[in-house]
Design a protein around this ligand. Structure first.
Ligand SMILES: NC(=O)c1ccc[n+]([C@@H]2O[C@H](COP(=O)([O-])OP(=O)(O)OC[C@H]3O[C@@H](n4cnc5c(N)ncnc54)[C@H](OP(=O)(O)O)[C@@H]3O)[C@@H](O)[C@H]2O)c1
Length: 314
């Protein structure tokens, strides 16, 4: 089968041919039709998590995917051949990833049936980004009428967080450069603020002198978090997806701070699928590339400037 893999930590991703895997007991074989690209894909390949998550090589890149069940191992009861599913396929320890024609995955992995009417490229864009966005909004306990700032709102996680927080009835402020203002409003942001136009915190304070209830941040450094946390109301919450919330944040004004490691479960994916089906959440695929173009797409994504999800057609 064709796949995109690395031969060692930090090695360049290359198009390779590997044997088609066979499902073992409790496993399913999935013929992938699309794979979603996430920053975690190259962080794993770079060895960023090698102490916590050992890998074997060649390591097929990719976590998120969508496809058709093509085979089932002994004892599988949850899925049948021919079902269309989406979810998370990455298993670095076994060298398995979603940037491949086939992946073998345990039947109890974070997987869900594709909603009717959803196409594979959209489904593959969902698991990590939308799942993390839901984890952020749920952990923050966002409620109707609250003022919620999403920092990094124009990327994969941010766009979904804006939509879900707006769906909960929050007044959402989304960071966005000029080219994304209209799109962020379409996704439900009540207002946008350009994070490149100088003193973000002073401009937010001028616009929101009563403060902000929750800040959902996917990009800010520890210093930026400390500064923006000054905008929170007493009892406000600051969440980071990149570990930037300092331990002592909560000592101040009863703030709640947390570095979120999103747990993406099958149940969460099913809940998201229902909301997509009900047109409450939209999946915006910004860029589609062929499998062979994945190394170039990864190189481009590493440079930043994401405008939403990149998806690989397999
Ligand atoms: N902890 C977890 O469980 C978890 C789960 C998922 C993702 N993550 C992490 O969360 C981060 C975001 O993921 P993603 O998929 O959303 O990434 P992404 O698609 O690359 O989006 C990042 C967005 O942030 C914008 N941005 C960059 N610097 C900014 C700044 N200073 N202020 C405001 N916006 C800024 C970028 O646009 P411009 O460059 O144009 O500004 C881009 O639109 C990644 O580091 C990822 O690894 C963690």
């Amino acid at each position: 089968m064709r796949a995109i893999a690395v031969e060692g930590y930090g090695a360049p991703p290359l198009a390779v041919t590997l044997p088609r895997p066979e499902p073992g007991p409790g496993e399913i074989l999935v013929k992938l039709v699309a794979a979603g690209v996430n920053p975690v894909d190259w962080k794993i390949a770079d060895g960023a998590f090698k102490d916590a998550m050992p890998a074997s090589f060649p390591l097929v890149l990719g976590t998120d995917g969508a496809g058709v069940v093509a085979g089932i191992g002994p004892g599988v009861t949850r899925f049948a051949v021919g079902e269309q599913i989406f979810g998370r396929f990455g298993d670095a320890e076994r060298g398995v990833g979603s940037y491949a024609e086939y992946a073998v995955v345990r039947e109890d992995a974070p997987l869900a049936a594709m909603p009717a009417g959803m196409i594979y490229t959209q489904a593959a864009a969902v698991p990590t980004a939308t799942g993390t966005a839901f984890a952020l909004v749920d952990t923050a306990r966002v409620d109707a009428g609250q003022v919620v700032l999403v920092v990094g709102a124009t990327g994969g996680v941010g766009q979904a967080a804006v939509q879900y927080a707006a769906d909960m009835g929050a007044h959402v402020i989304a960071t966005a450069r000029d080219d994304m203002i209209d799109e962020m409003k379409r996704l439900g942001a009540a207002e946008t603020i350009d994070h490149t136009a100088g003193d973000l915190s002073a401009r937010l304070l001028a616009d929101h002198p009563d403060g902000i209830d929750a800040i959902l941040d996917v990009v800010g450094s520890r210093d930026e978090v400390t500064e923006l946390a000054g905008l929170l109301k007493t009892g406000g919450v600051y969440l980071s997806t990149i570990g930037s919330v300092p331990d002592d944040l909560t000592a101040e004004r009863e703030l709640r701070g947390e570095n979120v490691h999103a747990e993406i479960t099958s149940e969460l994916l099913e809940r998201i699928a229902e909301m997509i089906d009900a047109a409450r959440i939209r999946v915006a695929v910004h860029r589609e590339v062929a499998l062979g173009e994945a190394p170039v797409a990864i190189a481009a994504a590493r440079l930043g400037g994401s405008r939403g999800k990149t998806v690989i057609r397999i």
